[in-house]
Design a protein around this ligand. Structure first.
Ligand code: GLP
Length: 244
């Protein structure tokens, strides 16, 4: 799905999320959202905040699971995805704090295994993810599932690709400050979502979008696994579509 302007793509995704939240509300059900960080979903979050303030869209029935977090990472750090999500969405809507889930970057290494099993368990007991929002890294990663990730992988700790760390280096004031690892939902976790929307905006995503959409399905490009998902869409702007 190609939109001329990035703002139109973001508005369309926000509208779709809002309709799902409202639909679940009318059925007295929770709406389980898988959420992403990075610059790409910022417009969606801005629009959702606007819908909350101007149209009274409530997030009281929303249960959220974020894709990933750097490791190690203190949640109070301005570099954390905890900080990002609160600053750009959670602080401005009426989501219940107990319904927010983000992988913990501040646990010890020997707690990670149990934490990851528990994260998967929580997703399952919430009834699974209704809608998973994704960005895409220039390595083709979804969440932090870097090239080599298996299609059945679950929440775990991974080593970040150098290109990913280089892309993050500006906001960390240098690549040496970017953590080497992260905790991420797996490809299998993402593939279990009932609906997936991958967003890509801008010309620097054009090459990886072409490979993910038109290339082979391969662990060398984890986003390509979405070709096998029964309800996944890529919502991109014309710049990200320029190599298709
Ligand atoms: C990080 C996140 C991904 C995101 C990617 C792209 O690596 N873990 O979830 O998709 O960045 O970021 P951006 O949207 O800023 O291009």
């Amino acid at each position: 799905y190609i939109y001329k302007e990035a703002t139109d793509a973001s508005a369309a995704v926000a509208q779709e999320i809002a309709s799902l939240i409202r639909e679940k509300q009318s059925q007295n059900k929770k709406c389980v959202l898988g959420l992403a960080t990075g610059s790409t979903p910022l417009g969606v979050y801005k629009e959702l905040v606007k819908l909350h303030k101007e149209e009274g869209l409530s997030f009281e029935n929303v249960v959220s699971f974020n894709l990933d977090e750097y490791f190690p990472m203190d949640p109070s750090s301005s570099h954390s995805y905890h900080h990002f999500m609160h600053k750009n969405l959670f602080d401005h809507v009426d989501v219940l704090p107990e319904n927010i889930h983000i992988p913990a970057g501040n646990i010890s290494l020997d707690q990670v295994h149990d934490f990851c099993l528990d994260y998967e368990e929580k997703i399952k007991s919430a009834g699974g993810i209704d809608l998973q929002l994704l960005g895409i890294g220039r390595t083709g990663h979804i969440g932090f599932n870097e090239p080599g990730a298996r299609s059945n992988s679950h929440t775990r700790i991974i080593v970040l690709d150098t290109l990913t760390r280089r892309d993050a280096s500006n906001s960390f004031n240098g690549i040496h400050n970017v953590p080497q690892r992260a905790i991420t939902m797996g490809v299998g976790t993402i593939m279990s979502a009932k609906k997936v929307i991958l967003m890509a905006l801008g010309e620097n995503k054009a090459n990886i979008i072409k490979k993910a959409v038109e290339g082979n399905v391969t662990p060398l490009l984890p986003a390509s696994f979405l070709q096998n998902h029964p309800n996944a869409r890529f919502i991109i702007d014309s710049a990200a579509a320029s190599d298709l």
